[in-house]
Write a protein that binds this ligand. Structure first.
Ligand code: ATP
Length: 235
């Protein structure tokens, strides 16, 4: 469903993504792992229209999306859960979720998806009226994910959902990513927590200083000596 072909992305003179090519097939969970500053967030921002590649192209189904406005990309079915959550803190849980559906006008569908999000995250249901800024880190991550799901994405881009969260909360979030995927949403997951990411992914890419240095099935990467040494704590 998504083919990234030879993209280069710059911030001024900084060459952040160097000749990146990758593919996501409908139904998969694909993970992109790499250290701080490798370019993972830059890639997701490019896919969701926040950055424009200097060279290369991005094919989403039959559509070229590189450099298209973010709104057009969301409308076509790609939704981004940004790093650090970024919920609207002065708005309630419910208002944040409603905002996720702002490009839709199918009232019945929106209501159905809101129920689905509350079913996935019962804690958000309990906190409907609470200001989002007062939620815990884990709850905010759930809300950010719920808000992205309210756009009814075909492809969900997730930027480091495990960041700063306790292991049990991370486990819960990853179970929900699996559940959302099994309901038909394709997932591209960016993570520093390679162990967790590889445990739920079908395939993976390893990014180092803006370049893809390895790719394969999640199982192949879990067994790779190079990955074990650099990303799995030498286990
Ligand atoms: P992390 O896991 O720390 O978020 P990352 O793999 O997501 O890292 P990016 O945020 O994509 O990495 O950054 C890739 C490179 O681009 C880094 O060298 C970073 O300093 C640089 N960079 C990111 N954003 C900007 C910006 N707005 N202006 C200039 N350079 C930037």
């Amino acid at each position: 469903m998504l083919k990234v072909n030879n993209i280069d992305v710059f911030y001024g003179n900084i060459h952040a993504l160097k000749d990146i090519s990758l593919e996501v097939i409908e139904g998969e969970i694909v993970t992109l792992i790499g250290a701080n500053g490798a370019g993972k967030s830059t890639l997701l921002k490019t896919l969701s229209g926040l950055l424009k590649p200097k060279h290369g192209n991005i094919l989403y189904f039959t559509q070229q999306i590189a450099g298209k406005p973010a709104q057009t990309i969301v409308k076509s079915g790609i939704s981004h859960v940004p790093e650090g959550r970024r919920v609207f803190s002065n708005m309630s849980v419910e208002e944040n979720l409603e905002l996720g559906a702002y490009l839709r006008n199918d009232r019945d569908g929106i209501k159905k998806d809101m129920d689905y999000v509350y079913e996935l995250f019962p804690i958000l249901d309990e906190r409907r009226k609470q200001l989002s800024g007062t939620l815990s880190g884990g709850e905010q991550q759930m809300l950010a994910m719920g808000r992205a799901l309210m756009a009814k994405p075909k492809l969900l881009l997730m930027d480091e959902p495990s960041m700063g969260l306790a292991p049990l909360v991370v486990k819960k979030i990853f179970e929900i990513i699996k559940a959302v995927n099994s309901q038909g949403t394709t997932v591209l997951l960016v993570e520093q927590n390679a162990n967790m990411a590889l445990s739920i992914a079908d395939r993976a890419y390893v990014l180092e200083t803006g370049k893809i240095v390895l790719s394969g099935t999640a199982k192949e990467l879990q067994e790779s000596e190079q990955v074990k040494a650099a990303y799995l704590g030498g286990l």
